[in-house]
Design a protein around this ligand. Structure first.
Ligand code: F6P
Length: 543
């Protein structure tokens, strides 16, 4: 039986029909206190989900669907280290990366917590030495520039978190991230750096990823052409990987390699050694605070009843819109400049995890799976794409994220803080999206009848609002784990494997076949379709 054939799904289909004509205004009229009751808290986060097109009955049916899909059992299986990533034959244990020392998490009978703690300890020693200037480059100068080379999960997490936690960073260290195989990325990120003071961290789980290996090789050449001595590699390169042999073959000293394990997925790896560049920026203490926040949310996810469980709530509300209202996308709108890269990070987390059309049993799904995730920080988005969210033809559920206290109190000349302006926009937007502005009100304001329809806001557009007191490392950890577990719950409901990513393979394979065709000696025969052949010929003629 597929999930769509279950009584729980069928009940939601019927309920959706019944609720079609009910607006959010009707829901608030019927229950004026719903703003105080439809909220939940966990790990320092406050979630208001009252501005959704749901009644008590909707929620009951959604939790029934979650239970029917076996969310609790699968969550427990994941946390216990079962091989739930069946297509790759692996456990899924990013939660073990933030399990406090002294605890036990078994993978094939082995407690992995001491291994995790050992790597964290080595990372801290290394980070302190670099931050404190004791780690010297080849010429004896301290390291002042750190360049992380990685892509996907070996880049997006550290990029996002380094920006999110910039307030806590050691400001005399320059931190850059090179990911794109476009040489421009490496050239622009290194052009003003002194090689004698630069440390490269090559971050790659497999240490075979084409983009990362190309950038690492070019970074090595950049370094050696300036310092002129192979011995520089040992002083200016560190690696984060699960592939010790490839790291050594590249010439990186094994003492400067920080490992992790196959049970850590790339997009779930920020809190493994992949976070080394972040730890260098913010220091081991803040990194440990981040892990504590992750763990707090893990515990909330593990123990809170589904009805008050933040990841489950976000996930099931998403299922409601995606599968029953046909919403194709979901916007994440952080009202904090430091969270500028949070939507981009969530894109990989969510879309690489749940962009699947085959179930765990190998069948084609007969329902929608992962939505398109997008967004950017408010208030910039308000002057770009919010028009479509307010008055367009698509239903776009949104998560608004804000903080009660700013890390940068900045008063305007009249004394009012910038932060009040920022947060007023959060509250105003969700109010406008939920309740809109009726034709009667527009006309009552004296707008001519022919213009009035343009000024009407239908409202009835769903939002979640997530608030925390302050953007601390701990809160960031909780926020990331919230979305990790949301993705997991949705993947469970959709009966897909959220932990593989075969969909990125074909393009990789074809690209490596095409490379020699672009720069090969002579003009190798082209055996592609006529479009690809013509494009390659066009490029060859002009390269
Ligand atoms: O995009 C595919 C992917 O495998 C991601 O899952 C991963 O985060 C990224 O490539 C980078 O892989 P690696 O860390 O092995 O270089």
């Amino acid at each position: 039986m597929t999930i769509t054939q279950t009584p729980a799904w069928q009940a939601l289909l019927n309920h959706h029909r019944d609720l079609a004509a009910t607006t959010m205004r009707d829901l608030f009229d019927a229950d004026p206190a719903r703003g105080e009751t439809l909220q939940a808290e966990g790990a320092g986060l406050y979630l208001d989900y009252s501005k959704n097109r749901v009644t008590g009955e909707t929620l009951r049916l959604l939790f029934d669907l979650a239970r029917t899909a076996g969310v609790e059992a699968r969550r427990d299986a994941m946390l216990a280290g079962d091989t739930i990533n069946v297509t790759e034959g692996r456990a899924v244990l990013h939660t073990a990366l933030r399990t406090p020392g002294g605890a036990s998490v078994l993978v094939n009978g082995r407690n992995v917590v001491p291994d995790v703690q050992e790597v964290l300890g080595r990372m801290a020693t290394f980070a302190e030495a670099v931050r404190g200037g004791q780690w010297r480059g080849l010429t004896g100068q301290p390291i002042r520039n750190i360049v992380n080379i990685g892509i996907g999960g070996s880049d997006l997490g550290p990029v996002m978190a380094a920006e999110a936690l910039k307030h806590y960073a050691q400001r005399d260290l320059t931190l850059r991230f090179v990911s794109n195989v476009d040489g421009t990325d490496l050239v622009e990120k290194t052009r003003d750096l002194d090689p004698a003071q630069t440390l490269f961290i090559v971050s790659s789980k497999t240490f075979t990823t084409q983009e990362t290996m190309a950038n690492a090789a070019s970074a090595r050449s950049w370094l050696l052409s300036a310092l002129g001595d192979e011995a520089a590699v040992a002083r200016h390169f560190a690696a984060v990987s699960t592939n010790a042999a490839a790291v050594q073959a590249f010439g990186i000293d094994p003492a400067n390699m920080f490992g992790f394990w196959d049970w850590v997925g790339g997009r779930y790896s920020l809190d493994s050694a992949i976070g080394l560049s972040l730890m260098l920026a913010v220091g081991p203490a803040h990194f440990h605070e981040l892990l504590a926040g992750f763990h707090e949310m893990d515990e909330h996810f593990r123990t809170a009843p589904l009805e008050q469980n933040l990841p489950v709530l976000l996930a099931m509300l998403g299922v409601w819109y995606h599968n029953f209202f046909g919403a194709a996308t979901h916007a994440v709108l952080p009202y904090d400049q430091y969270l500028a890269y949070f939507p981009a990070y969530l894109q990989q987390l969510d879309m690489e995890s749940n962009g699947k059309h085959i179930t765990l049993d190998g069948q084609e799904v007969d329902y929608q799976t992962g939505p398109v995730i997008w967004g950017q920080p408010g208030t910039n988005g308000q002057h770009a794409f919010y028009q479509l969210i307010h008055q367009g033809t698509q239903l776009i559920p949104c998560d608004f994220i804000g903080f009660c206290q700013t890390l940068n109190p900045l008063p305007l000349p009249n004394g009012a803080p910038h932060h009040d302006l920022l947060m007023a926009n959060v509250f105003a937007q969700t109010e406008a999206l939920a309740f809109g502005k009726s034709l009667e009100r527009v006309l009552a304001e004296g707008v001519p009848a022919d213009l009035a329809p343009h000024r009407v806001f239908e409202g009835n557009r769903p939002t979640n609002t997530i608030l925390a007191d302050r953007l601390t490392p701990r809160i960031l950890g909780a926020l990331i784990a919230l979305y990790e577990h949301k993705v997991f719950v949705q993947g469970t409901v959709w009966n897909i494997n959220s932990f593989d990513q075969w969909g990125v393979e074909l393009g990789k394979v074809l690209a490596s076949q095409i490379v020699p065709e672009l720069h090969g000696v002579g003009t190798p025969e082209l055996g592609h379709d006529s479009s690809t052949n013509a494009l390659i010929r066009h490029y060859r003629a002009r390269r």
